[in-house]
Design a protein around this ligand. Structure first.
Ligand SMILES: C[S@@+](CC[C@H](N)C(=O)[O-])C[C@H]1O[C@@H](n2cnc3c(N)ncnc32)[C@H](O)[C@@H]1O
Length: 274
């Protein structure tokens, strides 16, 4: 199942690798769900899916509530007349101004497929500011939205910082963490880097909280770039899996590079109680 949104760091290409090391459980918890490539392709009785991006989570909640009626509301924006710069910038302005959550959620899907490179970026005052994408014929992901909606019946979607989601994990849960990646240039002594406020201190904090969860009997798998820094902060992991992933590095997808990634697996240290 493919995610219906384009999302930086989407995990569609490595789902099969994650599945190999992901234990079974009563509920899958994803504190950084993004486009949801993993939960869509694994089978758990229930899912707790969180992200700090409120527009993303509100869009999922709207689809969950309204189903195909919401899908058709989104489809209406995918008219050829809306695939030109003036219309795009007018709809982007509307997205930033509206207080109608249903309209905002539908426009989020439109902006995701008509904006530059599928980026999701905001200015200092929180306004969505991605420029027009110039796609010949943006794809409307009707079937992907339908599949997502069907699976959403077993999901809880929450806007939350990862620390709060990890605190909500209970016995029987399995956690998959896919934080914004540590940049390839990062070293352990270079601590100021921050993408979306996610600096290296946050990365260390996440690693410590993951260790604590494993000690409480809750297994965790975490993705990141394979770097001396990440191997150091995940040193308490029970297992590492290393591999290369082909990534698009330019907007036309013509240039690709292989980035070294890792999965760190923290097994449950003791039978979970309570
Ligand atoms: C690498 S992406 C996840 C990609 C996702 N696995 C997928 O397949 O699309 C990282 C996600 O973390 C979210 N994020 C950034 N900072 C966060 C925080 N402090 N707490 C929770 N989520 C955060 C971003 O909004 C983004 O969706």
């Amino acid at each position: 199942m493919r995610p219906f949104l384009k999302w930086a760091g989407g995990k569609a290409r490595i789902v099969e690798r994650i599945k190999v090391v992901l234990p079974a459980g009563a509920r899958l918890v994803e504190p950084f769900v993004g486009s949801g490539a993993l939960f869509l392709n694994v089978e758990f009785p229930r899912y707790l899916l969180a992200d700090a991006n409120r527009d993303l989570i509100h869009c999922y909640q709207q689809l969950q509530r309204e189903g195909m009626a919401f899908v058709e509301r989104c489809a209406a924006y995918f008219a050829p007349a809306n695939n030109q710069p003036d219309a795009y910038y007018a709809l982007r302005e509307r997205f930033n101004a509206t207080t109608d959550q249903t309209e905002k959620a539908a426009l989020f899907v439109y902006l995701n497929r008509h904006g530059y490179n599928g980026l999701c970026r905001y200015n200092g005052s929180g306004g969505f500011n991605v420029p027009f994408g110039r796609y010949a014929r943006p794809y409307f992901p009707r079937e992907e939205m339908r599949s997502f909606w069907q699976k959403a019946a077993r999901c809880e979607f929450v806007v939350a910082d990862f620390r709060s989601t990890l605190r909500d994990a209970v016995a029987g849960d399995v956690v998959y963490c896919d934080p914004p990646y540590v940049p390839l240039s990062a070293t352990a002594s270079f601590t100021t880097y921050s993408a979306d406020g996610f600096n290296l201190e946050r990365q260390r904090q996440l690693a410590l909280e993951v260790e604590t969860l494993a000690r409480r009997g809750i297994p965790v798998v975490i993705s990141n770039h394979n770097l001396p820094f990440t191997r150091e902060i995940y040193a308490a992991a029970d297992e590492f899996v290393f591999f290369d992933v082909q990534r698009h590095i330019s907007c036309d997808g013509a240039r690709r590079t292989a980035a070294a990634e890792l999965l760190a697996v923290f097994s449950a240290r003791q039978p979970a109680a309570g």
